[in-house]
Design a binder for this molecule. Structure first.
Ligand code: SF4
Length: 320
């Protein structure tokens, strides 16, 4: 039996600045997270928790991944609608996917639960883990990440260091810098010191390029990011914007709607994620707006398409 929209746990491939065309695996309900980051592109956290759950059956998740492997993704990315390590069965999902495909498995996590041995064990077989470190001080941790009250920056760093000691795969640390908050030289130097303790394979600087949960989360210009990159060891990369798609297929509006229900997308994101021509992506996105199924928002001079709340199956699921 094919899953209903409410049970659809695997989506894409979607364009990812770090992972190319990645098949997304959504392990937690929108929006379940240990944080409520001001820059979150998924909007505000509705369930801020450190309690792990089993929202989806790991075998069902793996079966859905198997069904989508013909899309030939570059990565299978466990991420989605919140913090994936909150799923207590994430280890079974990672192991199950590794057993059926050679496509590398990535876990995009805020890292807040890596202090727990069970979480570290669960990610052991992943090829790449992409944790976040956004704050150089407890005060900024509270302002930027707005964590569940039992979480503290020192524990986050300790957890990441413990994970580095035990984990054999690649760690790509993302540092999100926000204008007027963390994008100042003294703060970035302290972030670089913390990152050096963690010793990741790569450090990737990002900023709020997509519509954030809070308007106070303002992006940094690329020249500033580039200058800050030199403060990190290894030298940080500034995550570049998406490449223009070379695809020339035809857009199915349902596929575009599914994509923009996951996160805000530019036309280029849609074209790259679905492997279709830019013009086809624009045509489908415009049609969805005209039907009232999607909305067009402008952020920092760029246009993003989002599913309208009434047309977003994930929002419907959340209301149920
Ligand atoms: S950005 Fe990530 S860690 Fe922060 S609230 Fe959103 S899902 Fe959670």
């Amino acid at each position: 039996m094919s899953p209903t929209a409410a049970q659809q746990l695997v989506y894409g491939p979607v364009p990812s600045r770090r992972l190319g065309r990645s098949l997304g695996v959504d392990l937690v309900p929108l929006k379940t997270c240990t944080y409520d980051c001001v820059y979150c592109q998924l909007g505000r956290t509705t369930s801020r928790t450190v309690r792990r759950g089993r929202w989806a059956d790991p075998d069902a998740v793996v079966a859905q991944v198997r069904d989508r492997l013909s899309s030939r993704p570059d990565f299978i990315a466990l991420a989605g609608s919140g913090e994936p390590t909150l799923h207590a069965g994430i280890g079974a999902v990672v192991d199950g996917i590794k057993a059926i495909t050679d496509v590398p498995v990535a876990v995009i996590t805020n890292g807040s639960l890596l202090g727990r041995p069970a979480v570290r064990r669960g990610l052991a077989a992943a090829d790449v883990v992409l944790p976040s470190l956004d704050a150089p001080s407890e005060e900024l941790f509270l302002r930027v990440n707005r964590p569940q009250e039992s979480l503290h920056l020192a524990d986050l760093v300790d957890g990441l260091v413990s994970f580095r000691d035990a984990y054999q795969g690649e760690i790509w640390l993302e540092v999100m810098l926000l204008a007027g908050m963390t994008a100042r030289a003294p703060q970035v130097r302290r972030l670089a010191e913390l990152a050096a303790q963690i010793s990741p394979d790569r450090i990737q600087l990002n900023t709020a390029v997509r519509p954030p949960a809070e308007s106070l989360a303002e992006p940094v210009d690329w020249a500033t990011l580039d200058a800050f990159a030199a403060l990190f060891t290894p030298h940080a990369e500034v995550i570049a914007d998406l490449p223009v798609s070379a695809g020339n297929g035809v857009a199915a509006e349902a596929d575009v709607l599914e994509l923009v229900s996951r996160r805000p997308c530019t036309v280029t994101d849609i074209a790259s994620g679905l492997g279709i021509h830019h013009g086809e992506a624009l045509k489908a996105a415009t049609a969805l707006v005209n039907q009232g199924a999607a909305e067009l928002h402008t952020h920092e001079g760029r246009s993003f398409y989002l599913a309208a709340p009434s047309a977003d199956p994930k929002r419907e699921e959340e209301k149920a």
